[in-house]
Ligand binder design. Structure first.
Ligand SMILES: N[C@@H](CCC(=O)N[C@@H](CS)C(=O)NCC(=O)O)C(=O)O
Length: 209
């Protein structure tokens, strides 16, 4: 569809429809109500384009005029600074650093295991499943205290955790009853307008209603 020059979104996001990292960025965009041009870089669509833009040829990659960003956490923080409302990081440096650290821990400890979950090594996949299930169970009680991830406000930590929680059934991970508070938080979040809007068609199919 043609978009008139004055209405053309300034930014382009190269995203993959089932990529959890792309989903994290799409969730930030949806929660902030930012309009971008989303290029679905699935399979053989535009690989040369993407490999010219990003040295890793990976998604998500965000293009904002002559700025090209290709790391999910950097993209999320950039969007939060460029579009400050609603803020997804606290102003106070200590709380801000804590949220960034939670994001980093989730990336390293859980997102880092996703290749094992999706790979051919059944043992590695089972070990990854166990680590993620147990890790989520350990943090579950914090969701009894606060409405969002260790916070009274929505933050980049929620936007990192939720795409992972959404995928649990497709990863064959079932949370135990002790993780009830986490499950309630997830269900509440899955019904938010921003979350619904962040989902690609492939992601909607991961949890058919
Ligand atoms: N560390 C990267 C991870 C992104 C990532 O793993 N993206 C995957 C898709 S979910 C990808 O594009 N992999 C390269 C490929 O499939 O060619 C980030 O934070 O952006």
């Amino acid at each position: 569809m043609a978009i008139s020059a004055s209405r053309r979104p300034v930014m382009t996001l190269y995203s993959r429809s089932n990529c959890p990292h792309s989903h994290r960025v799409r969730l930030v965009l949806a929660e902030k109500g930012i309009t971008v041009d989303i290029v679905d870089a699935n399979g053989d669509v535009l690989p040369e384009d993407l490999s010219e833009l990003s040295p890793y040829g990976a998604v998500p990659t965000l293009v904002d005029r002559d700025l090209v960003l290709y790391n999910t956490q950097i993209i999320m923080e950039y969007l939060d600074e460029r579009y400050p409302h609603p803020p997804l990081l606290p102003v106070d440096p200590v709380s801000r650093a804590r949220i960034k650290l939670y994001v980093h821990r989730m990336e390293k400890d859980w997102y880092g295991l996703l290749p094992d979950l999706e790979g051919d090594d059944a043992k590695a996949a089972a070990a990854a499943r166990k680590i993620i299930r147990e890790g989520l169970t350990v943090i579950a009680p914090v969701f009894e205290q606060k409405p969002f991830f260790m916070s009274d406000e929505l933050s980049l930590a929620d936007c990192t955790l939720l795409p992972l929680l959404w995928r649990l059934p497709s990863f064959d991970i079932e949370l135990p009853p002790q993780a009830k508070a986490l499950q309630k938080y997830a269900e509440r979040f899955f019904n938010r307008a921003g979350f619904r809007q962040s989902l690609s068609a492939a992601e909607k199919e991961m949890r058919p209603v």
